[in-house]
Design a protein around this ligand. Structure first.
Ligand SMILES: C[S@@+](CC[C@H](N)C(=O)[O-])C[C@H]1O[C@@H](n2cnc3c(N)ncnc32)[C@H](O)[C@@H]1O
Length: 226
């Protein structure tokens, strides 16, 4: 299996293919859900943006306060050059497990396909937890985190329900486009909408930085076994 969790894999892939490509779906099937959650002045963070057209299309729809991050410097440079006329939009090389933004900063965070990449790499549950802890930290209280994935609830929802994340979780589905290239046999993609219920407190978070003392792994294994 390709090393979807590694920067080198993505750098090579983007170097050999300087174009745009959307995993799962582009903007249009997500328009209603995103418009129902976001106001035009919202600060939006797109994690693992890749060379998706989602952010430029958000921009064209009036959401211009958008920061895009990706672990691949190659794709970040390509996207910055490709969309240089969208001057309120930022493109930054950054690891989603080490977000360099202040606490309680964004109104909306969007992930399309990045959790799926991390789950294909080594140490995946821990890495997804680090991603989600970072995302939660940079969200304002009441902000939303929208995740678009092929993963059904039994493989995803517990990752978002971990107690230190302070998320309320809602699950929706969207139809797959008729000509989807995804080989998975289901007819839907999944959208998880998390609402952050508490402010982040940097000192408390630092205290339990490496602690994962809930019973997440046990519960997850039990679910898989049943
Ligand atoms: C499956 S692609 C999805 C790209 C895009 N969001 C889309 O919907 O088409 C996953 C993206 O996540 C990025 N990525 C993987 N690990 C990452 C990490 N730790 N931090 C930030 N981005 C990461 C990859 O470089 C890649 O661009």
């Amino acid at each position: 299996m390709p090393e979807y969790g590694k920067a080198d894999y993505w750098d090579e892939r983007y170097k050999s293919n300087d174009t745009t490509f959307d995993w799962f779906v582009a903007f249009e099937p997500l328009r209603d859900v995103l418009q129902s959650l976001a106001k035009p002045d919202y600060k939006i963070l797109v994690i693992g943006c890749g060379n998706s057209r989602l952010s430029p299309q958000l921009y064209e729809s009036g959401y211009q306060n958008v920061v895009n991050i990706d672990i691949s410097e190659v794709v970040v440079n390509q996207m910055r050059a490709r969309y240089k006329e969208l001057d309120r939009m930022e493109w930054l090389k950054m690891d989603v497990m080490k977000l360099e933004f202040p606490d309680n900063h964004f109104d909306l965070v969007i992930d399309k396909g990045t959790v799926d990449s991390l789950l294909c790499g080594g140490n995946s549950f821990h890495n997804v937890y680090m991603m989600n802890k970072n995302v939660s930290r940079v969200m304002k209280r009441g902000a939303r985190y929208v995740v678009v994935t092929y993963g059904q609830p039994d493989t995803r929802i517990d990752h978002y329900r971990r107690k230190r994340l302070h998320f309320e979780v809602e699950h929706r589905t969207i139809d797959k486009p008729v000509f989807s290239s995804d080989a998975s046999p289901t007819s839907n993609y999944h959208v998880y909408v998390m609402t952050k219920t508490e402010d982040s407190h940097a000192e408390e978070d630092a205290e339990d930085e490496d602690e994962e003392d809930d019973d997440f792994y046990d519960k997850f294994q039990a679910n898989i076994a049943n």
